[in-house]
Design a protein around this ligand. Sequence first.
Ligand SMILES: Cc1cc2nc3c(=O)[nH]c(=O)nc-3n(C[C@H](O)[C@H](O)[C@H](O)COP(=O)(O)OP(=O)(O)OC[C@H]3O[C@@H](n4cnc5c(N)ncnc54)[C@H](O)[C@@H]3O)c2cc1C
Length: 531
Amino acid sequence: MKINIVGAGPAGLYFAILMKKIDPAHDITIVERDGPNDTFGWGIVFSDKTFAFLKDSDEASYLDITAAAERWDNVDVVHRDHKISVRGNEFLGIARLTFLNILHKHCRNLGVDLRFHTNVTTPDRIAELADCDLLVGGDGANSLVRQTYSGFFCPSVDVRRNKYIWLGTRQLFHGLTMIFREAEAGLFIAHAYKFDKTTSTFIVECPPETWLKAGFDRVSEDETCAYLAEVFKSHLGGHPLLSNNFVRWLNFPLVKNKRWFHKNIVLLGDALHTAHFSIGSGTKLALEDAIALAGCFAPPLPPPVRMGGAGGGRVEAALPEFERVRKPVVEKFQDAALNSLTWLEDVQEHLQLEPVPFTYRLMTRSRRISYNRIKWGDPEFVAKYDAWRAQQPSAGPIPAEFLDLFQKKTFAHLATLMADGTPHVTSVYVDYDGQHILINSARGRQKDINMEKRRHVAIEIPDPDNPNRFLAVRGQVVEVTEQGADEHLDRLAQRYLNRDKYPDSMRFPGEVRCIYKILPKHVTVWDPFGR
Ligand SMILES: Cc1cc2nc3c(=O)[nH]c(=O)nc-3n(C[C@H](O)[C@H](O)[C@H](O)COP(=O)(O)OP(=O)(O)OC[C@H]3O[C@@H](n4cnc5c(N)ncnc54)[C@H](O)[C@@H]3O)c2cc1C
């Protein structure tokens, strides 16, 4: 096959390596705007799970990457100048440039034609590059390939409110460190970790109000670094903050695409989807995309749909297969990353917490890490958290380690009673006010009629990430109210639909919403595997 790739980032390079391994006869060209030693940013961080799948895909590059990486197992959270460490979280940090150089080397060894300093600037040039068996748009979050065919990919780019800047420092942070500093201009958050023996990444994030108040719209690059070094002075051990290529404040773009391919053109990595840097998964997703797409070309091949061109039939079968298998996985990750970024955007509401509960909330913000997972990794930290919890006023009837179920997109199963005593079950959004389980429904529905007349209900609330883990509650509907029900539904839409408001198109004309408050009488929890 003749394959053209725009962009020598992790996605494009790794895909080229894997395709050459599948068939050395593939003719692969990568065009890259920058030189082999220019890159934005500093170091990147991966979880150890990411490294495990790199080993299975290409052991040669895996060995080079792990040899150049730094490892640690702690997340450090600094809040009110107090550092809390949570262990049991294996990570690896590596300089982005080292990582890319390793992939360049393996591409070259396999015969990939790497063309640096080749900026593709026009849609016409993209169309020319598409004259091959497969064109891959691995050209990052501002992808020109995506823009050229935007009518087919139907992208959405949600530019988030916080400002961030990617800096470096010689101060070594021996763990994934998050520092929360309330300075005169407002709140600053640093995400820092070492990625080699001498350097750490130091990303600073702040709300737009803080950014404006600090005057970052008017100051030079050097002044920006000096200002931020002063804000984080007590953590930098006298080291300055360093820039690399450019010092630029950005707003994180949350990229999604409705369709992932068009004819013989496919998007990969950040061009296709972005995931907020606070869960450190952008490169992981880019590499996994490459593995998934290459997997769709590896034997056994999907049946050819059309014979023609060297790879015509294969491409026509592989691209839909890639979208089919990969899209649900990516969407799940993007949901978790969105939870993490919105938690940080709204972090003001958590800042009044003491360092230990603040750290616990931070650790569970993406809703992918549960109480039991943290306990498994660091029982000492959880003991401190439990001690804090025990001092708090009554936590209500639901055990704290299951409260995450009310933060996830959890579909609960509500059983009510029909007039003849037979049970009726429906799937519902579920919420909790600290004392009652809350359901939101509309007047006239069967469950509404049942709950108005017969107040005993049962509800099973399974963990969407692990159906083996669930909460089962029997109780009584103690209140049915229309008051605040529309606003409550909008809040549920934020969690379940990632929308500010529940769409009118999903409501019946004249629908009257109600909140049903269920007082738990009997609560059962089930979490047999505990992680
Ligand atoms: C502040 C920050 C911190 C991050 N930290 C982490 C982290 O810790 N861990 C992690 O896994 N991920 C992290 N990421 C995300 C990660 O950088 C990206 O998700 C990852 O690089 C995506 O790889 P990619 O190959 O899709 O795109 P990119 O790495 O963006 O590569 C795209 C390439 O295409 C080239 N290109 C673009 N347009 C053209 C054109 N028109 N012509 C020719 N070439 C072109 C670019 O020069 C670039 O080399 C972070 C991102 C940010 C912004």
